[in-house]
Design a protein. Sequence first.
Length: 252
Amino acid sequence: MEIGRGDHIGSQRPSKKSLAPKPAHNELSRMDPLTGQRVANTEAEAYKRCERILNDLMAQPSAHHFLDTSARHFAFGAATSPIDLSTVHKRLTQGYYLELPVFVADVKKIWESVNKTGDEVHKAAIAMSERFESLLNEATAQAPRASMKKKAEVAKANAAKNSKLRPMTIHEKGVLRQNIMHLPPNKMQGLIEIIQPVVDMSKSKESLEFDIDKLPIGICRELEAYVNKHQAPKQPAKTPVQEPTVALLRNF
């Protein structure tokens, strides 16, 4: 099926707002739907990596210099309110950080604010900075492997699920194509989110094409349930289209 840019489905032109991509998920924090406040996203892998890094730093022999700097301003030059590991940990657990670069910048401020005098605190800051960079590089290298492992687990689970589903008949696929063609424009984003895990969304800037015959059974059944739930008002019956690829058009 082909989803083109700049055109519309049916008799209604979809609004750009209804088809706009959802905001990117913040891994370190999330919005609590009950309170409307940002809270730590403790289940996210990125959050867990940051937590492991902080725990390691706070367990270092020289960490005591940087756990609470409020009473030790003399060692931190012009930094009248130097940040410390305890503050970073508090911010992380309270959902202050939206993304990893902000967390990294705060940790680096700890070492950068120390007077460059060559004394004990300065030497400890150098050692802690090197330890932090090592931990950060290690965590960054592990991230792609964790992502690949998760994708493999999802694929395995989907395969097991698909094996229990009844394959679609030619008639069912034809009906599905026809129903998708009449899906209300404001429901197109939901359809795109269903196929996104198994369809390359970057091949064309003008349109997105996918073949129902090549979709996993689970995705087909999920599409079927979705379009059945959100069908536009019934139109006069038409013979289902049987071509393997059907064109859909939408705005992005």
